[in-house]
Design a protein around this ligand. Structure first.
Ligand code: UDX
Length: 463
């Protein structure tokens, strides 16, 4: 059954949610205060790069199930279910989340709700926010008690946003246990096509649902920082963190994902979410979680500095060195450069006196806005022209496929720093390059066993 849905906030999360809800067959109106964004989406243009999402937009505009507006009253009149997807960035004066967009949204939307409605919050928020917003919405809405607020956190990854929304691993719905209402019933209608194919729905209290999202990101960030701390140990002992990650990852309790050492995590979610959680945990007097996340954040910052130190080491000194940076986006298959480790490293190198030229397949326009003083090149070849060191800092497929002969005659010195441990060191070293990764032996070490040997050993001891 088709539900009339409004999605407030057309950033990464909201636009993806709006488009994918239309794809499920619902009638959707997307609302944003930014009329440029609204205009772009209405004319079939995505304001950001995301594989596969452009087709979903085109298809659903054509089917007449999707439209965009800046008018809250149009949305309030139209929808039965209101999804809140505005940003909760880090506050400029501290670690906590800035909830001003969310607060402003409730202040504008709730007074327009004259008939029964369910509001579903999707933004990542500090635990306790949902209950506060629910009280405020009931207070302001002419429909009063007939306005319910539930929380439906979003776990989508950039680069996989369509797949993560249309085939999520799980759905979580937080409801106010003290005020039974229609939120679960409406959510079951909205997500029926997913529930019908077996996607699990966990119905929880409001606080648990807020914490599920925060805990997931805190765990993922800690996992990355754990492997980066292990890379520091490997660097001092000639061990190889890539092999180590593979070996421990065979244990299903550990798992292989999110154990790629390198310059660490960035983007619009993980860094600000762990900081907001630190601030909230401190408020709650839970020092343990705050301590874990402080260390995870510090290790992450150090991983970026480590890339700068390695580059300085291989170049001798930074002033006068020409450095090619391959990668600007915070991860591949995205044009998002928010808190990008690659650009942070590029900027630090430039501040250290190096002549830095950046290339990225998708992230260049956004990078130029944030770091207008860095050099930019439109191809791998022109970025690497005359380079004293080539740094691979975002693992785009086209960088992972690079081979020494692609760059041998382009660079001035054959030096490669692999900030994502995404290249095989052997062909580079065999072609006379200096290869430096993170937590990988500096020279080919015969005792570091290859993946094939590892698999062979594993299968030979299997029962
Ligand atoms: C993350 C969460 O994964 C997602 O569930 C949540 O909804 C939003 O935040 P996203 O920001 O898209 O998603 O990126 P993710 O794939 O999690 O990567 C985050 C960062 O960690 C990237 O900078 C990536 O390069 C880095 N990373 C990831 C590592 O450094 N090592 C790894 O092993 C994995």
């Amino acid at each position: 059954m088709s539900v009339r849905i409004a999605v407030f906030g057309l950033g990464y999360l909201g636009a993806t949610h709006a488009l994918c809800m239309a794809e499920l067959g619902h009638h959707v109106i997307g609302i944003d205060v930014d009329s440029t964004k609204v205009g772009m989406l209405q004319s079939g243009e995505l304001p950001f790069y995301e594989p596969g999402l452009g087709e979903v937009l085109e298809r659903n505009l054509a089917a007449g199930r999707l439209r965009f507006t800046t008018s809250y009253s149009e949305a309030a009149d139209f929808a039965q279910a209101h999804f809140l997807a505005v940003g909760t960035p880090q506050r400029s004066d501290g670690l906590a989340a800035d909830l001003s967009h969310l607060d402003a949204l409730i202040e504008s939307l709730a007074p327009l709700l004259t008939k029964p409605a369910v509001i579903f919050g999707k933004s990542t928020v500090p635990v306790g926010t949902a209950k506060r917003l629910a009280n405020r919405a009931r207070e302001l809405a002419p429909a009063g008690e007939a306005v319910e607020l539930a929380w439906n956190p979003e776990f989508l990854r950039e680069g996989f946003a369509v797949q993560d929304t249309l085939r999520p691993e799980r759905l979580v719905l937080g409801v106010d246990r003290g005020r039974p209402g229609r939120a679960e019933e409406v959510a079951r209608e909205v997500f029926a096509p997913l529930l019908n194919v077996g996607v699990p729905l966990l119905v929880t209290g409001l606080e648990t649902s807020e914490l599920v999202k925060v805990a997931a990101n805190a765990f993922l960030a800690t996992k990355i920082s754990f492997i980066n701390a292990m890379a520091e140990v490997c660097d001092r002992t000639a061990a190889d963190v890539s092999v180590l990650a593979e070996a421990i990852g065979y244990d299903p309790r550990i798992g292989r994902e999110f154990l790629r050492a390198g310059i660490g995590f960035g983007g619009g979610c993980l860094p600000k979410d762990i900081r907001a959680f630190r601030a909230r945990a401190d408020e709650l007097g839970v020092g343990s979680i705050s301590a874990i996340l402080t260390v995870a954040d510090d290790i992450n910052t150090r991983s970026r500095t480590r890339a700068v130190d390695i580059t300085q080491e291989v170049c001798g000194s930074l002033p006068g060195a020409r450095i090619a940076i391959l990668g600007a986006a915070f991860k591949p298959d995205s044009d998002d450069v928010r808190d990008s480790p690659a650009l942070d490293v590029a900027n630090q190198l430039q501040l250290g006196g190096a002549d830095v030229v950046v290339h990225d397949p998708m992230g260049m326009d956004n990078a130029r806005v944030r770091f207008p003083d860095l050099g930019y090149a439109t191809s791998i070849g022109s970025a690497c022209e005359g380079a004293d060191a080539v740094l691979v800092l975002t693992e785009w497929a086209e960088f992972r496929k690079l081979l020494p002969h692609d760059l041998d005659t382009v660079v001035r010195r054959k030096v490669l720093v692999d900030g994502r441990n995404c290249l095989d060191p052997n062909p580079w070293r065999e072609a006379g390059w200096t290869y430096r990764g993170f937590g990988r032996p500096q020279f080919s070490v015969s005792e570091s066993c290859s993946r094939a040997e590892l698999v062979e050993t594993a299968s030979s001891v299997a029962p």
